[in-house]
Each structure stands twice: as C-alpha cells, then as structure tokens.
Design a protein around this ligand. Structure first.
Ligand code: CP
Ligand code: NVA
Length: 307
C-alpha cells in the first residue's frame, strides 16, 4: 500500500501543490456560492479528533465534508479511549481502518507525527502547539483574493511566536515573501521549532512599530494560546505593548490588510477599531477555512482533480 500524503506542516506540500489547492479552492467556492452540488466524497468518512476546543475548525471540516458528499465523525479526548491513555499508535491503526481521512487538533506536534506514521489514510493537522497549517492556507488564499500574489510581499507578525506565527514563517519560505516579526523579550521565535530551512524570509524587530512599517499585511493572534493558560497573567503584562492598534496600522502600507485567525480578544492583542475597521478581512479569512479545506481534502484523497 502506498504511503498516504499527510498535511502536518504547511511545507508538507510544495508551492506547486499548494497553488493547485488554491486553484481548486476558487472553483469549489464558486460552485458552492452558486448552489451547485459537488459530491466527489460520496461514501467517504472524515474522522475529526479534538483534544482542544474549536469553533471554526470543527465547523469548516464537518460542513465541508458534508458539502462534498461525505460524512464527518467528531471524537474528543473526553469521550474516546484516547482520554484514558490508549496509545496514539494503536488509535491510529484502528481509526484509519474505518475511515478515509483524519483531522487532528492536539498538543505537541510529536503526537500527530506518531499518529500519521501509523495511519493508513491521510492525516491533517487541525492545530498543534507548534503549527496551524490549515489556518495559513486560508489566510494566504484570502490575501490572494484581495491583493493578488503574496510573493515578494511583507507580512508583519506582532505578538506571540506561537503555532500561527511558526506557520506564517514556513509559508514565507514556500511562497517567497517576508515576515517581519516582533515579539516581547523572552517570546522570540525558535527557528528549529518553527521548522524553518533558513533565515532568508524573516526579520526580527524589538519594536512592533518598526515591524509593521510598510507591511502589506499586519497580523496577530492571542497572547495566550490553548494549553498555556497557566501563563495568562504573566503574558498579559509582558505583551501589553504588542497590541495592534490604529496608530500601528497607520505605519503599514495604506492598503494593508489586517488578519487574525480568531477567536480574538479586543483590547488585548488587537484594538476593536482595527479588527472591526475597514482594513480587517477576518470574516473572509474565517469563511475561507471552509473552501480551502474542501480543496485540501479533495487533493489528499483524490489527487489532482481537473474539472
Ligand atoms: N482559527 C481557528 O482555528 O479557530 P477555532 O479554534 O475556533 O477552530
Ligand atoms: N494560537 C491559538 C490559535 C487558536 C486558533 C491557540 O493555539 O490557541
């Protein structure tokens, strides 16, 4: 049996493959908007395993699989044997014999890597402590819809060097753009943890005001990610000066976009006037999770489909 193709980190797919997924996203989204049924996944089943909470990821995968003609099953740590210590390798063997595709949201990347090594079917990363590749797939597609190619552009990341930040850094290498990163002292990016091949596509700035200068896109995320709640109070103090506000947005290009993967905390990592303002594309970003993931599932299961 040929090894299945997984999507565990953004750079698991080449630029050419990701561009194919974007081309298919355009077609799938257009069909959806015109109420044209497209059911290539008839009789196929997606299993979704959640060890952390979710609104967008669960909804977009479940609705997406349904719209493609298949079905989706939700499992959580609380109500499966994973929560009672069944080895992830055993769970992978069993689950992947009963379905066609698996999506997992979990803690350490090592957990999903181990699951994938023992899975007979493609595994998709729905967020780990280290990466959130489905999010950046949607974000880059959203950028392209609004502004065209992202190659050669500048993305400013303000805040925590978390899973979403790491994935932007990987995407910069794949698509050939630059990330200007500003994190508080003690929260700097770790290139190895981010899975980077080099340091040609990012630059670090002590002052967030310098990072956003002339950026085409300004983006941020929560100060405290899931799994790090014990650090909440300390992080609130440490990140105080890393809020994306209107003054910061004025330093970016006049047509710069603002993105946030959501959920957001207005008054913490972003000011309400920015996330609810004219440069914000957060709702398009959220919607595009649905369309890009439908194209991703199609690619992983059916290969290069040309209508
Ligand atoms: N952005 C994102 O992944 O949202 P959820 O946590 O709601 O899935
Ligand atoms: N960085 C956030 C993203 C949530 C979608 C977290 O991991 O909690």
């Amino acid at each position: 049996m040929a090894a299945p193709k997984h999507f565990l980190q953004l750079h698991d797919l080449s630029r050419d493959e990701l561009e194919h997924v974007f081309a298919r996203t355009r077609w799938i989204k257009d069909q959806f908007k015109r109420y044209q049924p497209y059911h290539p996944m008839f009789d196929r089943t997606l299993v979704m395993i959640f060890e952390k909470q979710s609104t967008r990821t669960r909804l977009s995968f479940e609705a997406g699989m349904h719209q493609l003609g298949g079905s989706a099953i939700f499992l959580s740590t609380r109500d499966s044997q994973l929560g009672r210590g069944e080895p992830v390798e055993d769970a992978a063997q069993v689950i992947s014999r009963m379905c066609d595709l698996v999506m997992i949201r979990t803690f350490e990347q090592d957990i999903i890597d181990r699951f994938a090594r023992h899975s007979r079917v493609p595994v998709i990363n729905g967020l780990t402590n280290e990466y959130h590749p489905c999010q950046i797939l949607a974000d880059i597609y959203t950028f392209i819809e609004h502004r065209g190619s992202i190659a050669g552009r500048t993305v400013a990341w303000v805040g925590d060097s978390n899973n979403v930040c790491n994935t932007w850094l990987q995407a910069a290498e794949v698509f050939g753009f630059n990330v200007h990163v500003s994190t508080p002292p003690g929260y700097e990016i770790e290139p190895e943890r981010a899975g980077l091949y080099g340091d040609d596509h990012y630059e670090e700035f002590a002052d967030p005001m310098d990072a956003v200068c002339d950026a085409d896109l300004v983006t941020t995320d929560v100060w405290t990610s899931m799994g790090f709640e014990a650090e909440n109070e300390e992080r609130r103090r440490d990140f105080e000066d890393w809020q994306v506000d209107a003054q910061m947005m004025r330093l970016a290009k006049p047509d710069a976009l603002f993105m946030h993967c959501l959920p957001a905390h207005r008054g913490e990592e972003v000011a309400a006037e920015v996330i609810d303002g004219p440069q914000s594309v957060v709702w398009d970003e959220a919607e595009n999770r649905l369309h890009t993931q439908k194209a991703l599932m199609e690619y992983l299961l059916l290969g290069r489909v040309n209508p």
